[in-house]
Design a binder for this molecule. Structure first.
Ligand SMILES: NC(=O)c1ccc[n+]([C@@H]2O[C@H](COP(=O)([O-])OP(=O)(O)OC[C@H]3O[C@@H](n4cnc5c(N)ncnc54)[C@H](OP(=O)(O)O)[C@@H]3O)[C@@H](O)[C@H]2O)c1
Length: 254
């Protein structure tokens, strides 16, 4: 859908994990509203280029930037370079994430470390790297963290994933308090089950049918369902919303 309401005109947005899934839809939603979108990716440069093409076809401006969000020094250096090149930064969407599932008693230390490093430390490092630019952007500064319904409800077999996603909620509320004095708003979204590579890889047909029973709206979510809410939180109409957790889950958790 072409939107072009220009609510985000002259804003620079960085979306981590923008190459695929929810992140790609967020890049499109921000680009359609006039933002210059920096599409971060981990390994899939091809997918990031495809996202950039889609943003440009929809009338937006895009560039790609590969870095591992769990590598603090790479994050800091690249954010600095990008902000210099683009004349600042206004919006950060901490979306990059991985799911490593398994029951607690069999969960490996290395997997715990990896998921904490990417999902939680990644958002921490990226927020820290972007902070000074957002504070300079004042009222147009925004951080939106992509948490999960699992961070609110828990889920057997996802203790580590849930812990990282709950952690993002604490990060959100603390940064909302730290940055409020400059008008910078920090919020989280907690998507329910959204159709992406992540859920395709981890959901069996039986589990999918069981899930549908728990979703009052009767369908799995689409990446666009999340992206439209993120674009709203990124824009001027959300200037009095901070420290909040917006549920986008078809009613599965109220
Ligand atoms: N799908 C759901 O049902 C659901 C529900 C709630 C919350 N979420 C959350 O929403 C976010 C996006 O999920 P998704 O379903 O869209 O997942 P996805 O399709 O698997 O995409 C994950 C994205 O994260 C990037 N990424 C992974 N590790 C990275 C790293 N170390 N550094 C930089 N980028 C990295 C990937 O980049 P590459 O393409 O380069 O690998 C990719 O763009 C995640 O935080 C996830 O936890 C998803």
């Amino acid at each position: 859908m072409a939107i072009n309401d220009e609510a985000l005109k002259e804003r620079v947005a960085l979306v981590t994990g923008g190459s695929r899934g929810i992140g790609r839809a967020i890049c499109l939603a921000l680009g359609q509203r006039g933002a210059t979108v920096v599409i971060n990716y981990g390994n899939r440069e091809d997918a990031a280029k495809q996202t950039a093409r889609l943003v440009e076809e929809a009338g937006g401006k895009a560039m790609i930037s590969g870095f591992d969000v769990s590598d603090a020094s790479a994050v800091t250096a690249e954010v600095k370079r990008l902000a210099k090149e683009l004349g600042g930064m206004h919006i950060l969407v901490n979306n990059a994430g991985i799911a490593i599932n398994g029951l607690l008693m069999r969960f490996k230390d290395a997997d715990w470390q990896k998921i904490v490093d990417v999902n939680l430390a990644g958002a921490f490092y990226t927020s820290r790297a972007v902070a000074s630019f957002l504070l300079r952007a004042r009222d147009s500064g925004r951080i939106i963290n992509v948490s999960s319904v699992v961070g609110e409800m828990g889920n057997a077999g996802q203790a580590a994933y849930a812990a990282t996603k709950s952690g993002l909620i604490g990060l959100t509320k603390s940064l909302a308090r730290e940055f409020a004095g400059r008008g910078v708003c920090v919020n989280a979204v907690t998507p329910g089950y959204i159709a992406t590579d992540m859920t395709d890889e981890h959901l069996s047909d039986d589990k999918r049918a069981e899930l549908l029973q728990q979703i009052p709206l009767g369908r799995i979510g689409r990446p666009e369902d999340v992206a439209d809410a993120v674009a709203f939180l990124a824009g001027p109409q959300a200037a009095y919303i901070t420290g909040q957790v917006l549920r986008i889950n078809g009613g599965m958790h109220m």
